[in-house]
Design a protein around this ligand. Sequence first.
Ligand code: APR
Length: 311
Amino acid sequence: MKRAKISVIGAGNVGATAAHWAAAKELGDVVLVDIPQIDGVPQGKALDLAEAAPIEGYDALLTGATSYEPTANSDVVIITAGLARKPGMSRDDLLIKNCEIVKSVAEQVAKASPNAVLIVVSNPLDAMVYVAHKVSGFPAKRVVGMAGVLDTARYRSFIAAELGVSVEDIQALLMGGHGDDMVPLPRYTSVGGIPLPELMSADKIDAIVKRTRSGGAEIVGLLKTGSAYYAPSAAAVQMAEAIIKDKKRVLPCAAYCDREYGVGGYFVGVPVKLGTGGVEQIIEVKLTAAEKGLFDASVQHVRDLLKVVKL
Ligand code: APR
């Protein structure tokens, strides 16, 4: 069987760790790309990962580069290029700079890998995934943003710790924008099939939702020199796996919604079915008036962000 090819653009914390998870899971060959100004860094990280392979027992070709030729005809491209947050910064503070970076990356990726599925990680996510879609010219179903898998993973990890149960048994759904205006849906959260509100008080759930909302900022505050990368990269690679293995996983992702949820042509976090074709279906769940209100507010935030972006 021909191995899949995964390219990761941006060989920083998120990118290099995504390359690590992808190789360790034997998802395919991995190409790590960064800018010419740091020539040697993507190559060095790829070589280091290749040298770990005999110890960990994975077979994958690992390549580092500062040009896009080695990425040609990738099946999946994970875009992590861009600045990361420092303490006191919001994701939105990264908008102008990361927009320029994501534009130039998406252009080059589209030329080199016209049939790839793009997974965008760069922040502010819901705006950057829109930029990548417009600039690449790819059909919307082949462009998807990583946010919900990370946000739900944070939420699930906090619930598991609070209840003292396995993280594997927590199923959850969060919708809307990444981070501060995410829409928590406790009634769609279950612990081994038992609805969360039966196991935890409303106050406890609220506290966990609050912590999840600022989960990224909590890590930035601790690291001080950058933002989270283990969980974000693991989330992006879980999405890549669903696509490469055509698993048809149902995961919360930033997907292009037009009539769906009445969004009107923006990317926002919704439950989707992920397979070889990318976003194969957007699943529309019923929201209460309060949940819909939160969701609409987070869509409005994405619209406002994009007003500043010139495409
Ligand atoms: N092309 C390729 N790589 C680029 C480009 C570009 N045009 N511009 C910047 N980069 C690279 C940087 O050289 C750096 O190696 O992107 C990398 C970013 O790495 P880090 O600074 O370590 O940032 P990281 O923590 O990986 O976050 C990257 O993901 O989660 C988001 O908010 C986060 O937007 C940020 C992105």
